[in-house]
Design a protein. Sequence first.
Length: 489
Amino acid sequence: MAGLALAAGAVAAAGPWDSGQRKAEREWAAARGVAGGAHHRAPAPTRPGPVAAPAPVPAPSAPSVLAAWDAAGTAKATAPATAPGHLAKQLATKLAPLLADPALGGSPAASVVDVATGTQLYGMRTGAPMTPASTTKIATAVAALSALGPDHRVPTTVVSSKDGKGLTLVGGGDATLDMAALGTLADRTARALRDLGVTTVRLTYDASLYKGPALHPIGPNPNLAPVSALMVGEGRLDPKSTGAADRSGDPAGDAARAFDRLLGERGIDSPGAPVAGRPAAGATPVAKVLSAPLPALVERALTSSDNDIAEALARQTALASGEEASFAGAERAIARQLTGLKLPLPQAKAKAGTGTGTGIGPFAPTGPLSGARFADGSGLNRTDRLSAGLLTALLARAADPAHPELRPVLTGLPVAGFSGTLSTRYGATSPATGLVRAKTGTLSGVNTLAGTVVTPDGRLLAFAFLAGNTTSRDGAQSALDRLAAALAS
């Protein structure tokens, strides 16, 4: 019950999302807490008049998670009871045998950092660049938020020639554009054209914002549509599908044809099929729709491990950084943004027993970005390289009060046993359930997990576990889950 109460507190303290997922988490956590037996309610009054309910009693194991608020409206910090050195010894004892599990491929990497102090509490091959799979999305999200800011929205625009008869649908790179939003855009366009007395147009579409190859190096793949500045429903051939699904080979053309049909339903005719083309000289905007704010895009990309959104975030980062919006331009932009964060080296002062190749492992001398490569934004490219130390440095920076713009990187992480790609990986009795938030990564022979965990005394840790040369996906995932559960317990 103490663990469930702590989970409820940790989830509830974080606040609502635009998407409503946080509200669902709070309701879920509250339901689990009540289901355990005790109901923390005020007793029925024995006489008329208002009776104030007693303040909730925090779980004994969570003093800093359920911290009181001072008069200034800020949380009062409660120092964790466990000293860093003692915790490091505990971690060395717990993690070393778990990292020796053959399911992790023989040469895993690990990093555990105390977020509040920056102290590295445990490390194994901490600075070794490894294939990160989808934990790459953490780096992509940090770079996008750093470059664009939390207020950024991605536009999809319709522009018209001077006479109103030439219409161009211009993609701005919104990978979340759906038929509802496209319908709204058609409504606004038709209204503007009717005001001009125009009922027949020549429709073209412009997806030229993105450069270079649209097809990911992995080739046609159900996990990712061709990367385009204009698409609807992530190019899914079945709009109701989720996850891996058949994708269009021409998402921009399909989006334009769908828009053409919507205009026709609203009384705007367009003879012939729409063709690719740039707006006419002097064209002016007549309608526009915007994506959700960037934090919501980041959260969706991380929670669901959405590759299409991740690649769009990488290209938006490139545009904001003055690079071309291509795989190569995005790689340069992400590296530049992360370098600009001046990620600190961990304060590796919490000495612990080293065991066989474990213990405190320093970053590479040139810093956490040494050996890193961001060949794509999604992590589908096997030539991506991140270290466990870089991932924990990024997570710690996202928790830094000096960088509130990065907080969606933490709030978007799936919750163990509850949401996204971790919804089915932890049971109700696991100590990690509700307390671990982590990004998963899975490729053939590669399994990774990176995120945050609240310890029993309320300390927030950032962790990253990377495994290559794995032979069983399920075996490796179970081994990674045991590592995260060990941190939570």
